[in-house]
Ligand binder design. Structure first.
Ligand SMILES: C[S@@+](CC[C@H](N)C(=O)[O-])C[C@H]1O[C@@H](n2cnc3c(N)ncnc32)[C@H](O)[C@@H]1O
Length: 266
């Protein structure tokens, strides 16, 4: 028997849950999306309603994480917003002399394309050993994909050809149409589950933080809290990158705008 369709009241329960956990705000128009994403779990457990599924989720454990994963939006691809990587190279990497590895945090890395793109750019300029990356996300399912480092070619249409041949292996036979990130980059990229909407673990300081295409899901108060939380992790003169469709206007005045979407800690 088909489960009873998601009611308005049930939608509000899931909406409140994801807001409380991840800080993600959802308007009423997201109801079909929530229903579409969770219905397969309701069915997988043989439940008759979303209320029953909500109870299961709130018991915690594996199903809680699965529901959180399903309620996040994970779209990403290699060399997204390429001007950020050009800025990184010309304004930071080409002048990097401190005699220690440059530390970068990809703070909502989704399935990892952003972190691997950073790895390719850093490695090209600084060489092996000259850099390290922490890549994190709230979604463990996305982090598993990120660690695996295998992607459909369509996610790499923005990747320059020479970068692809240097750092990726092209799938053959049954893996035709995919690429795999090569071993040269793997040692220096660490993946970790981190919820930006909760106190952060001790991660050390970073020279560069990418916080792109995640704050769009947060309301102003959550944005302010998240930026306050990451601020101590950014070194003096370190740079914070947000997406071109985001801005820190009204979020913080403790960072200087270097160019649209790129901020520096003074
Ligand atoms: C659209 S993706 C952005 C990926 C990448 N940064 C980019 O710009 O292409 C947004 C990611 O933010 C993550 N996310 C949402 N809320 C989060 C939170 N509270 N803490 C950490 N990650 C979160 C989602 O799981 C998702 O993978």
């Amino acid at each position: 028997m088909e489960p009873v369709p998601l009611t308005d009241q049930e939608f509000v329960r899931f909406r409140d849950m994801i807001r409380q956990v991840a800080g993600i705000s959802m308007s009423d128009i997201k109801k079909p999306l929530v229903s579409g994403r969770l219905l397969k779990r309701v069915k997988a457990h043989g439940l008759r309603s979303f209320s029953e599924y909500f109870q299961l989720v709130m018991r915690g454990g594996e199903e809680f994480q699965i529901a959180v994963d399903l309620l996040t939006t994970n779209e990403t691809y290699f060399f997204r917003e390429p001007s950020h990587f050009e800025f990184l190279k010309s304004r930071i990497l080409d002048h990097w002399r401190p005699g220690r590895p440059l530390r970068v945090w990809s703070a909502a890395c989704s399935s990892g394309e952003e972190a691997w793109t950073l790895a390719m750019v850093l490695d090209s300029s600084l060489g092996a050993g000259g850099w390290e990356i922490l890549a994190s996300d709230i979604s463990t399912r996305m982090l598993d994909n990120a660690r695996r480092g295998i992607y459909p070619m369509q996610r790499a249409t923005e990747m320059p050809h020479h970068v692809m041949t240097r750092y990726c292996l092209k799938g053959i036979g049954e893996h035709e149409g995919t690429l795999m990130v090569g071993n040269a980059l793997r040692q220096q990229v660490r993946f970790m589950q981190i919820n930006l909407n909760a106190p952060l673990p001790d991660l050390g300081e970073f020279d560069v933080i990418f916080l792109r295409n995640v704050m769009i899901y947060f309301d102003m108060k959550t944005k302010q809290e998240v930026v306050e939380r990451i601020m101590p992790l950014l070194r003096p003169n370190g740079c914070l990158f947000v997406s071109h469709s985001e801005s820190l206007n009204g979020v913080t005045d403790r960072l200087n705008l270097l160019q649209p979407s790129v901020y520096q800690k003074s």
